[in-house]
Design a protein around this ligand. Structure first.
Ligand SMILES: [Zn+2]
Length: 251
């Protein structure tokens, strides 16, 4: 960590004299993650992956990006948002936040923003289309960091929420925040209706009906080493994305 911190200081403690080509906005949520992970899990993970990716992009491509503070306001499903301190954020609120950030960056001469999303309930595509109308020279790229590298080959059991993937990655970055001794087993109770199970139709899942402990996915085989291997692959792909979008012609 200390070596990473030194590199970070080298990249980020020089805003007065240095030119930055892009910004990264980690976006999470404030919500229960089973019993063993903190409410800010999606913020920690998206932020920490973004920092790793920014460092790699600097080392490999010599491009400088600023990681902004993570946004802790996510869109929540029924059954989850009723739980104490879970914060549901409307589309309009998220769009207003993103719009103000884009306006600030645009005014400062930074015209490329990468959203590193860590919360499955968030969806930014339509607001990005709207902002492309209002700021035609400003480019916004969105990535769900947890979905850009397949879980197979890294984890034993599939993770949907607070399972092996998220737990392993938080054990890698911030082990002091994980207490597996209190974790539920994350058993999933799917829709009874086949056409909703197979995606013919979509509705938000009522979290109280599909999970007993707010987790979906068994976290018990999580290890920090699994998390380290996975985020290495993820941050490499993100760094490649940053470098090519900053350096290359898109079309
Ligand atoms: Zn999460």
């Amino acid at each position: 960590m200390s070596q990473q911190f030194d590199i970070l200081k080298a990249i980020y403690n020089d805003t007065k004299d240095e030119k930055y080509q892009y910004a990264i906005l980690p976006w999470g949520a404030t919500e229960p993650h089973n019993y063993h992970l903190p409410y800010l899990t999606d913020c920690y993970l998206s932020h920490d992956v973004a920092v790793d990716a920014a460092i790699r992009a600097y080392e490999q491509g010599r491009i400088k990006g600023m990681v902004l503070p993570p946004i802790p306001l996510g869109s929540q499903n029924p059954g989850q948002r009723e739980l104490p301190f879970c914060l549901h954020t409307r589309y309009e609120t998220q769009k207003a936040i993103l719009t103000d950030i884009v306006a600030s960056l645009d005014y400062q001469g930074i015209s490329k923003l990468f959203i590193v999303n860590g919360h499955g309930g968030n969806s930014f595509k339509n607001m990005i289309r709207d902002l492309a109308v209002d700021y035609p020279h400003f480019l916004i790229v969105v990535s769900d960091w947890f979905a850009i590298v397949p879980q197979i080959g890294f984890f034993d059991e599939k993770d949907d929420h607070a399972g092996e993937l998220e737990t392993s990655v938080l054990m890698h970055y911030r082990p002091e925040l994980v207490d597996l001794s209190v974790a539920g087993n994350g058993v999933y109770f799917p829709f009874r209706i086949q056409a909703l199970r197979d995606g013919t139709g979509w509705i938000p899942r009522n979290w109280a009906k599909v999970s007993q402990d707010t987790g979906i996915g068994n976290p018990l085989k999580s290890t920090a080493e699994k998390g380290r291997r996975y985020v290495e692959a993820v941050s490499n792909k993100l760094a490649d994305l940053f470098i090519s979008v900053v350096e290359d012609e898109i079309y």
